[in-house]
Design a protein. Structure first.
Length: 86
């Protein structure tokens, strides 16, 4: 696990996530659940879960929280935009 963080922190090139994967991770970072994510994307809940799992796999993450953390380290997600109040 530590090697993934070192790799991200060392400026390794980030994996390429598609738009739906990035949206799913961003919404997850904002505390949204699968129901909200699926509704926002206009897809069934199982499909939203598959999108998140695909993002986790591309990032080499162990779970959703890890995926969000790695996406932030890689610069895929902007922490300033995530923390901005709605």
């Amino acid at each position: 696990m530590q090697s993934r963080f070192r790799k991200a922190a060392a400026g390794a090139s980030p994996p390429t996530l598609d738009v739906s994967e990035t949206i799913c991770l961003s919404m997850t970072a904002n505390g949204k659940g699968l129901l909200d994510i699926a509704a926002a994307l206009g897809v069934p809940v199982p499909h939203a879960e598959v999108i998140l799992l695909r993002a986790e796999e591309k990032l080499g993450a162990n779970n959703r929280l890890h995926a969000v953390s790695l996406a932030m380290l890689y610069g895929i997600l902007d922490i300033g935009a995530i923390l901005k109040p709605e």
